[in-house]
Design a protein around this ligand. Sequence first.
Ligand code: ASP
Ligand code: MG
Length: 427
Amino acid sequence: MGIVVQKYGGSSLADASSVKRVARRIVESRRQGHDVVVAVSAMGDSTDELLDLANEVSPLPPARELDMLLTAGERISMALVAMAISDLGFTARSFTGSQAGVITDSVHGRAKIIDVTPGRISTALDEGHVVIVAGFQGVSQDTKEITTLGRGGTDTTAVALAAALHADHCEIYTDVDGVFTADPRIVPSARKLDRVSYEEMLELAACGAKILHLRCVEYARRYDIPIHVRSSFSQLEGTWVVPDAAADLPEAEDMEQAIIAGVAHDRSEAKITVVGVPDKVGEAARIFEALADAQINLDMIVQNISAAATSLTDISFTLPRADGQTAMKALAGLRDEIGFASLLYDDKIGKISLIGAGMRSHPGVSAKFFSAIAAAGVNIQMISTSEIRISVIVDEGLVDAAVAAAHSAFDLDSDEVEAVVYGGSGR
Ligand code: ASP
Ligand code: MG
C-alpha cells in the first residue's frame, strides 16, 4: 500500500482529548497498511495567542523572531500527537519543517516552499514509524533561518509533502465536512461540494474562502495532487479538489454542477481613492509605481475616463488592510508632483465573489448576481471580473446579507440538514 499524507488543523487539535482522537484516526490508517505522514497545525487558536503575546511585548516584533515564536506552536502539536500515537502501541517520529526538508525562500512571515528533500521522512517510514511534521514552516536555503509560510500554511506543507513523496492524493482534515458553496458560519444552508476544480478552488481561496491556503491549491495544481478536504470529526466523504470537477460524472449531474461553484467573501481589504487625478498620459503609471515600490499587492483597480469638463478623474483600488497606512504614506508623497485633489481611505468594506467555471458559457450571470444584491438593499461600490469570477465591493456591515442573497439567487441552498461546524472559534 502507498503513502498517505494527512493534515490536521488547529481546531481538530484543540486540547489533549482531541490530540488523542486525531492519533486514533492516524493509527487507523496505519493499521490499514499505509505509510502515514501527517502535517499538523498549532493547537486551537494558539497561533493567534502567540501573536497577541508578541504584540504585547513589542509593537513591531522583528520578523525573524516572530517566525521563531510562531513555529513553536506547530512543534507543540507534533510532539503531543507523536506521544499519543506511541500510547496506542505504534511508533511515531516528529520533525520540524527544517528537519523534514521543507526548504523555502528567505521571506519571513510568507515564505514560499522552493524544494522538499524528505530524506529523513523516508528513512523514518522505512523503519516503520508514523511521521508527524510541524506544518507552516521551513528553513531558508540562503539565510538558513527558520521561516513561516503565512497564515493557514500547514495546508501547503501537507500538499508539498504529498508531492515530494509521490502520494496519490492529500487528505486535509478540518472542522467542517468539506468545501461549501459559502462559509457555513454565515450561510447555514450552504451545500457541500462533492468536487471542485483546481481552477475554481484557486479563485475561492484567493477571494477569501479560508478552507484551504491559496498556495496549497497552486501547489496541488502544479504537481497534480488531488486534495480530499474532509472533517476530522466525522467519517463522511468530503470534497475532492481535482483537475476537472465534471470529469467522470454522469451527463445530467454534470450540467447541474456546471454554472456556479460558490460564493466567497473577504473582509480583509481596504479601499483607497485618489480623487481628482489630472487625466493625462502616465499618471496611473506614477501612482502604481509608487505602490509597487512600497511592495504593496493590489487587488481591484477602477478608473473612469474624466468628465470632459473637468479633465480630472478618480482612481480607486483595494489592497490588504494591513498595508493601508504604508500605501497612504507612499501616495501622500506624490500629491504635489501629480497634483491630485485628495486621498480617501475606507476599511469598512467587504468583497463578495461569485465563482464558477460555468459562467464562461452562460449569459446573464452578472445580471442575476447584481439583481440579487440590489434586492437585498446592498449598494455596489466596485466591480471586477475574471473569466470565472465576478467580485463586488460593498459596505462591510452588509456582507452577510449580500452573500446569502447571491447564494439563494443561484439555487445553491441545500435542501438537506444545516451544514455542521464541528469545532473552532473561527478566529
Ligand atoms: N498555525 C498556523 C495558522 O494559524 C498555520 C496553520 O494553521 O495552517 O495560521
Ligand atoms: Mg486552515
